[in-house]
Write a protein that binds this ligand. Structure first.
Ligand SMILES: [Zn+2]
Length: 273
Protein backbone atom coordinates (compact mmCIF):
# COMPACT_ATOMS: atom_id res chain seq x y z
CA UNK A 1 0.00 0.00 0.00
CA UNK A 2 1.43 3.41 -0.86
CA UNK A 3 2.61 5.33 2.18
CA UNK A 4 3.52 8.98 2.56
CA UNK A 5 6.69 8.95 0.38
CA UNK A 6 4.93 7.23 -2.52
CA UNK A 7 1.98 9.62 -2.35
CA UNK A 8 4.39 12.56 -2.14
CA UNK A 9 6.14 11.30 -5.29
CA UNK A 10 2.81 11.08 -7.11
CA UNK A 11 2.03 14.61 -5.89
CA UNK A 12 5.28 15.89 -7.33
CA UNK A 13 4.48 14.19 -10.63
CA UNK A 14 1.02 15.77 -10.78
CA UNK A 15 2.43 19.12 -9.75
CA UNK A 16 5.06 18.94 -12.51
CA UNK A 17 2.72 17.87 -15.25
CA UNK A 18 -0.74 19.32 -14.76
CA UNK A 19 -0.72 22.94 -13.51
CA UNK A 20 -1.88 25.30 -16.23
CA UNK A 21 -3.58 22.57 -18.24
CA UNK A 22 -7.30 22.72 -18.91
CA UNK A 23 -9.39 19.59 -18.37
CA UNK A 24 -11.27 19.01 -21.60
CA UNK A 25 -13.18 15.87 -20.63
CA UNK A 26 -13.59 13.28 -17.88
CA UNK A 27 -14.71 9.67 -18.34
CA UNK A 28 -15.65 7.62 -15.28
CA UNK A 29 -15.55 3.95 -16.24
CA UNK A 30 -16.44 2.65 -12.80
CA UNK A 31 -18.79 4.95 -10.86
CA UNK A 32 -17.77 3.78 -7.38
CA UNK A 33 -14.27 5.24 -7.79
CA UNK A 34 -15.99 8.59 -7.28
CA UNK A 35 -17.30 9.53 -3.85
CA UNK A 36 -20.63 11.16 -4.59
CA UNK A 37 -22.05 11.61 -8.06
CA UNK A 38 -19.72 10.80 -11.00
CA UNK A 39 -21.80 13.24 -13.07
CA UNK A 40 -21.09 16.11 -10.65
CA UNK A 41 -17.37 15.29 -10.73
CA UNK A 42 -17.38 15.21 -14.54
CA UNK A 43 -19.16 18.55 -14.73
CA UNK A 44 -17.11 20.05 -11.93
CA UNK A 45 -13.74 19.17 -13.45
CA UNK A 46 -14.50 19.73 -17.13
CA UNK A 47 -13.33 23.09 -18.44
CA UNK A 48 -11.29 23.82 -15.31
CA UNK A 49 -7.66 24.86 -15.30
CA UNK A 50 -5.61 22.78 -12.86
CA UNK A 51 -3.42 24.59 -10.32
CA UNK A 52 -0.95 23.32 -7.74
CA UNK A 53 -1.20 19.96 -5.98
CA UNK A 54 -0.65 19.53 -2.26
CA UNK A 55 -0.69 16.49 -0.03
CA UNK A 56 -2.32 15.92 3.36
CA UNK A 57 -1.52 12.50 4.80
CA UNK A 58 -2.15 10.22 1.84
CA UNK A 59 -4.68 12.52 0.18
CA UNK A 60 -3.73 14.37 -3.01
CA UNK A 61 -5.45 17.75 -3.27
CA UNK A 62 -5.54 19.57 -6.60
CA UNK A 63 -6.47 23.23 -6.76
CA UNK A 64 -8.83 24.27 -9.56
CA UNK A 65 -8.92 27.77 -11.04
CA UNK A 66 -12.49 28.38 -9.85
CA UNK A 67 -11.48 27.55 -6.24
CA UNK A 68 -12.95 24.08 -6.41
CA UNK A 69 -10.75 21.05 -5.62
CA UNK A 70 -10.02 17.63 -7.05
CA UNK A 71 -9.04 15.17 -4.33
CA UNK A 72 -7.59 11.68 -4.85
CA UNK A 73 -6.78 8.83 -2.44
CA UNK A 74 -4.96 5.84 -3.97
CA UNK A 75 -5.76 3.52 -1.04
CA UNK A 76 -4.36 0.00 -1.63
CA UNK A 77 -3.80 -0.39 -5.35
CA UNK A 78 -4.68 2.91 -7.02
CA UNK A 79 -2.25 4.18 -9.65
CA UNK A 80 -2.23 7.35 -11.69
CA UNK A 81 -0.67 7.04 -15.13
CA UNK A 82 0.30 9.91 -17.38
CA UNK A 83 -0.44 8.98 -20.98
CA UNK A 84 0.90 10.97 -23.91
CA UNK A 85 0.47 8.44 -26.72
CA UNK A 86 -2.24 6.01 -27.74
CA UNK A 87 -1.62 3.30 -25.15
CA UNK A 88 -4.25 0.58 -24.77
CA UNK A 89 -6.33 0.80 -21.58
CA UNK A 90 -5.05 -1.28 -18.67
CA UNK A 91 -7.55 -3.87 -17.39
CA UNK A 92 -8.49 -2.07 -14.21
CA UNK A 93 -8.80 1.45 -15.60
CA UNK A 94 -11.47 3.28 -13.55
CA UNK A 95 -11.36 6.85 -14.80
CA UNK A 96 -9.74 8.99 -17.52
CA UNK A 97 -9.10 12.72 -17.54
CA UNK A 98 -8.26 14.38 -20.84
CA UNK A 99 -6.29 17.63 -21.02
CA UNK A 100 -6.23 20.34 -23.67
CA UNK A 101 -2.61 19.53 -24.59
CA UNK A 102 -3.58 16.01 -25.69
CA UNK A 103 -2.26 14.26 -22.56
CA UNK A 104 -4.41 12.04 -20.39
CA UNK A 105 -4.40 10.97 -16.75
CA UNK A 106 -5.65 7.43 -16.15
CA UNK A 107 -6.69 5.99 -12.83
CA UNK A 108 -6.04 2.25 -12.62
CA UNK A 109 -7.14 0.44 -9.47
CA UNK A 110 -7.36 -3.31 -9.16
CA UNK A 111 -8.89 -3.49 -5.67
CA UNK A 112 -11.23 -0.50 -6.31
CA UNK A 113 -10.76 1.12 -2.88
CA UNK A 114 -9.21 4.25 -4.38
CA UNK A 115 -11.47 7.34 -4.47
CA UNK A 116 -11.82 10.67 -6.25
CA UNK A 117 -13.74 13.63 -4.90
CA UNK A 118 -14.83 16.88 -6.45
CA UNK A 119 -15.15 19.69 -3.93
CA UNK A 120 -17.28 22.56 -5.27
CA UNK A 121 -15.98 26.14 -5.01
CA UNK A 122 -16.80 27.69 -1.66
CA UNK A 123 -17.09 24.39 0.18
CA UNK A 124 -14.51 23.32 2.78
CA UNK A 125 -12.48 20.33 1.62
CA UNK A 126 -12.85 18.61 5.00
CA UNK A 127 -16.64 18.86 4.72
CA UNK A 128 -16.62 16.76 1.56
CA UNK A 129 -13.59 14.59 2.26
CA UNK A 130 -14.41 13.69 5.84
CA UNK A 131 -11.45 11.31 6.15
CA UNK A 132 -9.22 14.38 6.37
CA UNK A 133 -10.78 15.49 9.64
CA UNK A 134 -9.21 13.06 12.13
CA UNK A 135 -5.71 13.15 10.60
CA UNK A 136 -2.84 13.91 12.95
CA UNK A 137 -0.02 16.31 12.03
CA UNK A 138 2.30 15.77 9.10
CA UNK A 139 5.56 14.18 10.33
CA UNK A 140 7.46 17.43 9.69
CA UNK A 141 4.98 19.36 11.81
CA UNK A 142 4.79 16.89 14.69
CA UNK A 143 6.69 18.19 17.72
CA UNK A 144 8.55 16.02 20.20
CA UNK A 145 6.49 17.52 23.03
CA UNK A 146 3.19 16.60 21.38
CA UNK A 147 4.37 13.10 20.48
CA UNK A 148 5.76 12.51 23.99
CA UNK A 149 2.50 13.74 25.51
CA UNK A 150 0.53 11.21 23.44
CA UNK A 151 2.97 8.43 24.35
CA UNK A 152 2.47 9.14 28.05
CA UNK A 153 -1.25 8.48 27.67
CA UNK A 154 -1.09 4.87 26.52
CA UNK A 155 0.69 1.57 27.07
CA UNK A 156 0.01 0.23 23.59
CA UNK A 157 3.06 -0.81 21.54
CA UNK A 158 4.82 2.09 19.82
CA UNK A 159 4.62 0.24 16.49
CA UNK A 160 0.81 0.19 16.70
CA UNK A 161 0.71 3.86 17.69
CA UNK A 162 2.84 4.87 14.71
CA UNK A 163 0.30 3.31 12.34
CA UNK A 164 -2.51 5.32 13.93
CA UNK A 165 -3.23 8.14 11.45
CA UNK A 166 -4.58 10.37 14.22
CA UNK A 167 -1.08 10.39 15.77
CA UNK A 168 0.97 11.13 12.66
CA UNK A 169 -0.51 11.30 9.16
CA UNK A 170 0.82 9.12 6.37
CA UNK A 171 3.07 6.66 8.20
CA UNK A 172 2.51 2.97 7.37
CA UNK A 173 4.10 -0.39 8.05
CA UNK A 174 7.32 0.02 6.08
CA UNK A 175 8.42 3.38 7.39
CA UNK A 176 7.24 2.68 10.94
CA UNK A 177 9.52 -0.39 11.08
CA UNK A 178 12.40 1.52 9.52
CA UNK A 179 12.02 4.47 11.91
CA UNK A 180 11.95 2.20 14.94
CA UNK A 181 15.14 0.52 13.77
CA UNK A 182 16.92 3.83 13.22
CA UNK A 183 15.97 5.03 16.69
CA UNK A 184 16.89 1.70 18.33
CA UNK A 185 13.40 1.11 19.74
CA UNK A 186 11.82 -2.35 19.93
CA UNK A 187 8.44 -2.26 18.14
CA UNK A 188 6.62 -3.75 21.15
CA UNK A 189 7.85 -1.09 23.58
CA UNK A 190 4.84 0.36 25.44
CA UNK A 191 4.48 4.02 24.46
CA UNK A 192 4.50 5.23 28.06
CA UNK A 193 7.90 3.63 28.70
CA UNK A 194 9.61 5.87 26.16
CA UNK A 195 11.57 8.80 27.58
CA UNK A 196 11.32 12.24 25.99
CA UNK A 197 14.81 11.65 24.60
CA UNK A 198 13.79 8.39 22.89
CA UNK A 199 10.72 10.09 21.46
CA UNK A 200 12.94 12.86 20.11
CA UNK A 201 15.21 10.24 18.49
CA UNK A 202 12.17 8.54 17.02
CA UNK A 203 10.81 11.77 15.56
CA UNK A 204 14.16 12.48 13.90
CA UNK A 205 14.31 8.90 12.57
CA UNK A 206 10.82 9.18 11.05
CA UNK A 207 11.78 12.30 9.14
CA UNK A 208 15.10 10.86 8.04
CA UNK A 209 13.48 7.65 6.76
CA UNK A 210 10.73 9.50 4.90
CA UNK A 211 13.14 11.95 3.30
CA UNK A 212 15.50 9.13 2.27
CA UNK A 213 12.64 7.24 0.69
CA UNK A 214 11.33 10.28 -1.18
CA UNK A 215 14.86 10.88 -2.52
CA UNK A 216 15.05 7.26 -3.71
CA UNK A 217 11.67 7.41 -5.44
CA UNK A 218 9.77 5.56 -2.69
CA UNK A 219 9.06 1.87 -2.54
CA UNK A 220 7.78 0.07 -5.61
CA UNK A 221 4.99 -2.40 -4.89
CA UNK A 222 3.26 -4.49 -7.47
CA UNK A 223 0.65 -1.72 -7.69
CA UNK A 224 2.67 1.39 -7.22
CA UNK A 225 4.86 3.24 -9.62
CA UNK A 226 5.48 6.84 -10.46
CA UNK A 227 2.96 8.66 -12.56
CA UNK A 228 5.34 8.37 -15.53
CA UNK A 229 6.13 4.71 -14.91
CA UNK A 230 9.43 4.84 -12.99
CA UNK A 231 10.16 2.53 -10.07
CA UNK A 232 11.30 3.54 -6.57
CA UNK A 233 14.34 2.02 -4.88
CA UNK A 234 13.89 2.43 -1.14
CA UNK A 235 13.63 -1.31 -0.44
CA UNK A 236 17.06 -1.92 -1.98
CA UNK A 237 18.57 -0.26 1.06
CA UNK A 238 15.89 -0.83 3.75
CA UNK A 239 17.28 -1.53 7.22
CA UNK A 240 14.75 -4.13 8.37
CA UNK A 241 11.54 -4.04 6.34
CA UNK A 242 11.21 -7.11 4.10
CA UNK A 243 14.56 -8.44 5.41
CA UNK A 244 13.43 -11.16 7.88
CA UNK A 245 16.08 -13.90 8.06
CA UNK A 246 18.80 -11.67 6.62
CA UNK A 247 21.67 -10.17 8.67
CA UNK A 248 21.24 -6.72 10.22
CA UNK A 249 23.16 -4.15 8.20
CA UNK A 250 24.64 -2.75 11.43
CA UNK A 251 25.40 -5.73 13.70
CA UNK A 252 24.86 -8.86 11.58
CA UNK A 253 22.17 -10.34 13.87
CA UNK A 254 19.36 -12.07 11.98
CA UNK A 255 16.38 -9.72 11.39
CA UNK A 256 13.16 -10.98 13.00
CA UNK A 257 9.57 -10.66 11.91
CA UNK A 258 6.50 -10.99 14.07
CA UNK A 259 2.90 -9.79 14.12
CA UNK A 260 2.01 -6.88 16.34
CA UNK A 261 -1.69 -6.01 16.39
CA UNK A 262 -2.13 -7.95 13.17
CA UNK A 263 0.64 -6.19 11.21
CA UNK A 264 3.98 -7.80 10.44
CA UNK A 265 6.87 -6.04 12.13
CA UNK A 266 10.53 -6.37 11.30
CA UNK A 267 13.28 -5.62 13.79
CA UNK A 268 16.84 -6.41 14.90
CA UNK A 269 16.90 -8.14 18.31
CA UNK A 270 20.29 -6.58 19.11
CA UNK A 271 19.99 -3.01 17.79
CA UNK A 272 16.42 -2.71 19.13
CA UNK A 273 16.78 -4.52 22.45
ZN1 LIG B 1 21.35 -5.00 14.43
Amino acid sequence: MPELPEVEIVRRGLDNLTPGLVISDVMVLRPDCVAGSPGFLQQGLSGQTVGAWRRRGKYLIGQLANDGHWVIHLRMTGQLLWITNSQPLAVHTRARVFFDNGAELRFVDQRTFGRWWWVPPGQAITEVVTGLQPLGPEPWECTTAALFHRCQSTSRPIKTALLDQTWIAGLGNIYADESLFLSGIHPRTPCNQLSAQRVEQLRHAIIKVLETSIALGGTTFSHFRHIQGMNGHYLDQAWVYGRAGQPCRVCGTVIQRTKIAGRSSHWCPRCQA
